[in-house]
Design a binder for this molecule. Sequence first.
Ligand SMILES: [Zn+2]
Ligand SMILES: [Zn+2]
Length: 272
Amino acid sequence: MKLWVLGSGSSGNAVLLETARSRILVDAGFAPRVLKRRLAVADVPPESIDAVVVTHEHTDHVKGVAAAARKWGWTIVSTAGTRMMCPDWAELRTILTPRKSSVVVGDFHLETVPVSHDANEPMAVIVTSIGEGSRAGIVYDLGHVTESLLRALDKLDLLVIEANHDEGMLRAGPYPPSLQARIRGKFGHLSNRDAAQAASQSIHSGLNNIVLAHLSEKNNTPRTALGTVGDSLRRARFKGRLTAASQDNVIGPICVGSASVPAAPLQLALGI
Ligand SMILES: [Zn+2]
Ligand SMILES: [Zn+2]
C-alpha cells in the first residue's frame, strides 16, 4: 500500500491510498481542478479512484467531495452524522458507516473511531490493505486523544497525525482569544505536544513512518512541529521517518509496510 498526502491544513485536506488494485481518498477538501492537478503528481487519473472517505463535514475536508464524486463516479463513504450535514450528497451513492464500525471498500478494510471535534460525527480512519495487511491511521481534527483512539492506533505501519499548532505561537499569534480557546479546547485541534505524546505512545517495532498533518500556517511551522515531535520520538527510541505534510505540495509516495524503511535512527523530512 502507498500513501500520498495531496495537501493538508486549514485550507484543504486530501490523502490518497493505493494498492495495485484499488485507490481511495480520505477527504477531498480541494476543488476538483486542484484535486485533479495534485492527483496528476501521483500519476493517478481521478476516474480511477473508487471512493472518498469523509472524516467530517468541515469545508477543508469536503469542499470537492460532491462535485468530484459526481464528475468521476466516486462512492462517498462517511458516517450518518456527517452525511446529514452535507445535503448536496443526496443523489449520490453513499455507504453510511455508523460509529465504531468497519467496512470494506475495494482492496481496503476501513475502521472508524470517533474523535472529539466540533463537528457532527467526526472520526479517525484506520485503513488496512486486505492483500498486504499493512495498516495506516489517519487522525486529524481532534481536540484530544482518547484511550479508545490510542487502542485503535495499535500496530500501525504508518500514522498520519495532526500537529496543528505550537502552544506558544498560538498564544502569541494573531488569533482572538475566543478562537484560540476553540483551537486548544477539547473539541479543537491537537498541538505539537499532543501529537508528540500520541505518536510516542503508538510506537512499536512495525511503525516506521509518522506524518504530521493539518499544520497551522499562522501558529506553527514544519520545523517547529518536526522539532517538538522529533525530540519526543527520539526519547522514545522511534526508528523510522518523520515527515511534515504541506498545505500546497504533494507528499509521497510513502510505502506502508514492514519492509519500507530500514530500522535506522530517526530521520526527519520536510517533504519527500
Ligand atoms: Zn480540518
Ligand atoms: Zn474540522
